[in-house]
Design a binder for this molecule. Sequence first.
Ligand SMILES: [Fe+2]
Length: 214
Amino acid sequence: MDSETQTLRRLRKYEAEHVVYSSIGEEPRMDLLAPFGPLIGRTRIPDDTVRYLNSEADRILTPGKGAEFLIPEATCRTGQHSLMDCVAHGIELYVRACEGESVRHIDFDVFWIVSQYAGTPSPVHFHSGELSGVAYLKVPDVDPEQEQQSYISGRQAGHINFLIGGKQRFSRSLISFKPVVGDLYIFPGWLLHGAEPFQGTGERRSLAFNSRLP
Ligand SMILES: [Fe+2]
C-alpha cells in the first residue's frame, strides 16, 4: 500500500455515515442527518457475568453503604463469559464500526465498581482512558415522581447523561440513558458524562473501565 492510500485510510475513520436521523414533513420530505460527534456503543453483558460480578461485589460492599473499589484482575478474567472478554468483544465491535478496522491489542488500565444509594451524585467527569465504558449491575427503584422530572437541561435523575459542546442552537449536546442491568456503554474517555442523584430505594451499582488501544 503506498503512503497516499495509507493516509486516505487513516483519514477515512473520521468520515461520518450517511445515516438518516429522522425524516419529517410532507413531500418533499426532509431527511435530518446527524453526522458529527462521538459514537456511543451499547451492548449487553450476559446474565451469568452480571450474577458473578454481583456475588464478588457483595463480599466487599456493605448493604446500604455506598463505596467504590477496584475489581481484581482475577475477577475480571473469571468465568465462561469473563468481564474482560465481554468488554473486549464490545470494544472490537465499536472500533470496527467507528474506524473500519479490527483492534490489534487492548490495554485495560483498570476496572472498578461504584455502589451508590439515594442522594449521591456522580458529577460530570471524563476518564483518563482512551476508550472507556460503563455497565450496570444493579439499578434502584427511582421515585416515579422524580422519574418524570427533568433536571436542568434535560438531565434525568439516576440516568447516565452524556454531554458535549454546551448549548449550541440547532445542535444536540446532551443524551440521557436510563440504566438497565446488563447494559454496557462504550464511549471515548474524553466524552463528558455524569449522573444526577436519584430519590428512591435500592442500590445503583455500576462498573466502569478505562482502556488504551495502541
Ligand atoms: Fe465515568
